[in-house]
Structures are given as structure tokens and as C-alpha cells.
Ligand binder design. Structure first.
Ligand SMILES: [Zn+2]
Ligand SMILES: [Zn+2]
Length: 265
């Protein structure tokens, strides 16, 4: 299978999802500058991001990159994000999410790297499940592993003393034993499926930073918006009426297109 064919087929796999994907996350008034969720107009960041900034200080992610939005639990994209991790896994849902991630990396990883001041990512890390700790490998890692093969993987343990469904940042929620083959510049791509408050992903980022990571970029397949939250109304209106644009991203225009997550290959 040639690279061109693969690229075409990845694109085609995203195109079939355009019928239900919401607008691409972009900055606007009333949108949190950190996580692209809804925030009050008078603030730059949403309440959870402000709380995390206060609690984590400099040991938080350098950049948060939501590929798409989901509106509560509505719609096919939200369904995919639920079904890919069912047992047994829903293959169609997993294939759709993998294609979305692969297409995003092919077309926008340069934008992300430029925005985060990363030359190339050295390591990858998946936010572990806090509820299903018996899983050998998180279903998201199962789905995306082939796309981040050349990055060294950092494994993360879960502290069972922290409430599995906590919505608050917790500096000792996760344990990073060590970073394998640490580089003088360890730049980590930290991946999760959905961002609600960012508490879990940012708690992992905290430990990665404490363990010596220079840059941590959190990439999520979807930023979840709660339609019932008053300040979210303009954002909900926009993402409900504007279609997903696969040719732009939240950090578009920062770099050259066409590179892979691990470099210019
Ligand atoms: Zn935020
Ligand atoms: Zn872009």
C-alpha cells in the first residue's frame, strides 16, 4: 500500500464523518484560551483551567489540542467515543477515531509543534483509565498505537486512593516511574479521548513535568461542551451550525503541513 493511497484513504475515512462532526475548535471571545471550552467573556480561561493553573503552576501542559468538539453525549461522534472502548470493541467506531487522529497528525502536527515550540516529539503517553485499571492497554492506545509507533512510550500508574471519577486536578493521582531513554529535550505527546475539565490529563502532565519532560502537549479527540452551561450558548450555536473543517486546526498557520508526529517523515 503506497503512502499516497494511505493518505487518500485516511482522508476518505474522515470525510464520511463530516455529516456529524462539529465545527473545528478555534479561538474566539468566550472560548477558553487553554482548552477551547466555553468561558465567561470577561475571562481568558474557563474555571477548571484557572483552578488547574493555580494548583499546578508551571507543571501543567504547554498546549491543549482538541481535534474536535462533542456536545454532551449527543451525536454519532460521542457514540463513537463511547463505543470504541466497549468490550468487545466496536471496530467501526475505533476505525473512525483512528482515521481522525491520523488525518489530523498528517495535516496539522506542524501547526501543533510550532505552537508548542517542539521540534519533534520524542515520547508518547496515554492518559490511563482511572475506572478500568485492570485493562492491560487502554483501548485508545490500542486504536492509535500504529500511528505513534516511533515515539518512546511512557507508562503511567494510577494512585487508587484518588476517587476514579474526580473532576479536580490532583498532583499525586498518577505515577510516572521513569521516562525511558530520556532525551536532553523530552517532548511528550499526551493523548486522551475526551476533555471535560482536563483534570485527569493535567494531573498526568504534572507528573510528566515533574519527571523531567520539557514540553507536554495534550491532544484529545474531542473537547466536550455542556450545552446547559449558560456561557456555552454562543459556542454551542457555532459548533451546531458550522461543519467540521478538516483543513484547519486550532493552531493553523503556525507551520508547514504534511509532517508526521515524529518528525519530517
Ligand atoms: Zn479551559
Ligand atoms: Zn493546522
Amino acid at each position: 500500500m503506497s503512502g499516497e493511497y494511505r493518505r487518500y484513504s485516511v482522508r476518505a475515512h474522515v470525510e464520511v464523518q463530516l455529516a456529524y462532526l462539529h465545527a473545528t475548535p478555534v479561538q474566539a471571545p468566550g472560548v477558553c484560551r487553554t482548552c477551547f471550552g466555553a468561558c465567561e467573556l470577561k475571562y481568558a480561561n474557563c474555571i477548571p483551567c484557572r483552578d488547574i493553573e493555580y494548583a499546578a503552576g508551571v507543571h501543567r501542559a504547554d498546549l491543549v489540542v482538541p481535534i474536535t468538539y462533542r456536545k454532551g453525549s449527543e451525536g454519532q461522534h460521542s457514540q463513537n467515543l463511547r463505543m470504541y472502548k466497549q468490550v468487545p470493541a466496536n471496530k467501526a467506531a475505533a476505525t473512525n477515531l483512528t482515521a481522525l487522529f491520523a488525518h489530523f497528525c498528517q495535516n496539522h502536527i506542524t501547526c501543533v509543534k510550532a505552537a508548542a515550540d517542539v521540534e519533534h516529539f520524542t515520547h508518547v503517553c496515554f492518559v490511563p483509565s482511572t475506572k478500568n485499571r485492570s485493562q492491560a492497554r487502554h483501548p485508545l492506545e490500542e486504536a492509535l498505537a500504529s500511528k505513534v509507533r516511533s515515539l518512546r512510550r511512557i507508562s503511567v500508574g494510577v494512585n487508587p486512593d484518588v476517587q476514579p471519577d474526580s473532576r479536580s486536578f490532583n498532583s499525586d493521582w498518577f505515577v510516572v516511574q521513569s521516562i525511558p531513554d530520556p532525551q536532553p529535550q523530552t517532548d511528550v505527546l499526551l493523548i486522551d479521548d475526551t476533555w471535560v475539565t482536563g483534570s485527569r490529563a493535567q494531573s498526568v502532565a504534572y507528573q510528566l513535568k515533574r519527571s523531567g519532560a520539557r514540553r507536554v502537549v495534550i491532544m484529545v479527540l474531542a473537547r466536550q461542551i455542556q450545552p446547559g452551561y449558560g456561557p456555552a450558548r454562543p459556542l454551542v450555536e457555532r459548533i451546531s451550525s458550522v461543519p467540521y473543517d478538516m483543513d484547519i486546526c486550532a493552531f493553523h498557520g503556525h507551520g508547514r503541513v504534511g509532517a508526521s508526529p515524529e518528525g519530517d517523515g
